[in-house]
Design a protein around this ligand. Structure first.
Ligand code: ZN
Length: 156
């Protein structure tokens, strides 16, 4: 008799996005992304962090203060990292993200050929970036759907 309480595909891939988010050094926001191709194969994983060579000890994580001493000019978002980390063509792929993508990531998602977006939180709903993101995604025919919140719990 097989197990019936296993993770379904959505929970599995979102779980991997959430696990990836736990790698982020950002003290305030941890976001993870998992890209899956049409054969349900994982083809890209990412979390928010600084680019290669830009060390967490040398670059700031703060959100306020002198613009060049905040994280914003430097951080690479989880979705963009997942796209850049992928070695596959992403046409027709789906991306699982814990937070609805910003407008900059929406551009990268569209240009990479990703066609579906699955997210959990949309805590910036209504912000200018969020509106711009949805406007572009809709125009480009990327479909999105929300997944019920889930907590990642890993035990042996
Ligand atoms: Zn973004």
């Amino acid at each position: 008799m097989k197990r019936t309480d296993c993770l379904d595909w959505d929970q599995y891939f979102m779980g991997i996005a959430l696990l990836s988010a736990q790698r982020s050094k950002d003290p305030s926001t941890q976001v993870g992304a998992c890209i899956v191709n049409q054969n349900q194969r994982i083809v890209g994983i990412g979390y928010n962090g600084f680019p290669y060579g830009c060390h967490d000890d040398d670059f700031p994580w703060q959100r306020q203060g002198e613009p060049l001493e905040t994280k914003y000019p430097y951080v690479v978002h989880a979705e963009l990292n997942a796209i850049l980390n992928s070695s596959e063509n992403l046409r027709g792929a789906s991306v699982y993200v814990s937070l609805f993508p910003c407008n900059e990531c929406a551009k990268a998602i569209i240009q990479s050929g990703i066609r579906e977006l699955i997210y959990m939180s949309d805590k910036y709903e209504g912000s200018l970036e969020n509106q711009a993101s949805k406007r572009m995604l809709a125009a480009a025919g990327v479909v999105w759907r929300q997944m019920a919140p889930m907590k990642l719990r890993i035990e042996e």
